[in-house]
Design a protein around this ligand. Structure first.
Ligand code: GRF
Length: 214
């Protein structure tokens, strides 16, 4: 079976990229064919290099407009035959045109249980709100930031004494399980979007909720 050709877009550390790299063993239904960073110094590029994955920097600073930057992204992705784009700590808002062009082929991970706490400083805001459960969401990207059909969620407890850094670290462990699960479901062709909700096709649908991962 042909493996789904995936690109991962990063801006920084790349721990989710690394989790996806480790998931994409030869028997996995997806392969990471391209990694793009919008910052030359993105530490995650080293993960791609180590895994012998094609990687390049497309810096937003080299373009006069968001449209021009997104056009360069699109060209690189299409040129590499990419079928699915995974945003993993990619800190640029994409234009509506790009999002529409990649509709249901563009996914993101956000470190909250969406639709709660989209955007930046999500852990601090969750703590301020006094929530008892936190987590992460893998979702298809829509024009609005951190919105779109939910593919997988992973939940972790908020513990006494948590600060934003402690909570972020616990959620990150969950992220590294949630993104591989979402990628597997998509690559197996089991994910369908109906009425802006995700449905899983086929027999014995696995749980899309990861609860308190070890
Ligand atoms: C993750 O928390 C991700 O959910 C958010 O940005 C962070 C990126 O971390 N969008 P990393 O670069 O994958 O380590």
């Amino acid at each position: 079976m042909a493996r789904l050709k995936v690109a991962v877009l990063i801006s920084g550390r790349g721990s989710n990229l690394q989790a996806l790299i480790e998931t994409c063993t030869p028997d996995f239904p997806a392969e990471i064919a391209l990694v793009i960073a919008n910052r030359a110094g993105a530490a995650g590029l080293a993960h791609a290099a180590r895994a012998n994955i094609a990687h390049r920097v497309i810096s937003h600073r080299d373009f006069a407009s968001r449209e021009a930057f997104d056009a360069a992204l699109d060209k690189a992705l299409s040129g590499a035959g990419i079928e699915l784009v995974c945003l993993a700590g990619f800190m640029r808002l994409l234009t509506d045109g790009f999002v529409a062009r990649w509709r249901d082929r563009l996914v993101n991970i956000h470190p909250s249980l969406l639709p709660a706490f989209p955007g930046l400083d999500t852990h601090a805001r969750a703590l301020d709100a006094g929530v008892l459960i936190a987590g992460c969401t893998v979702h298809f990207v829509r024009a609005a930031m951190d919105a779109g059909p939910i593919i997988v969620q992973a939940a972790v407890p908020v513990l006494p004494g948590d600060d934003a850094a402690k909570l972020a670290a616990r959620v990150l462990v969950a992220e590294h399980q949630a993104y591989p699960l979402a990628l597997r479901l998509i690559a197996e062709g089991r994910v369908r979007v109906a009425g802006e909700r995700v449905e899983i096709t086929g027999a014995d649908p696995p749980s899309r909720l990861i609860w308190r991962p070890a």
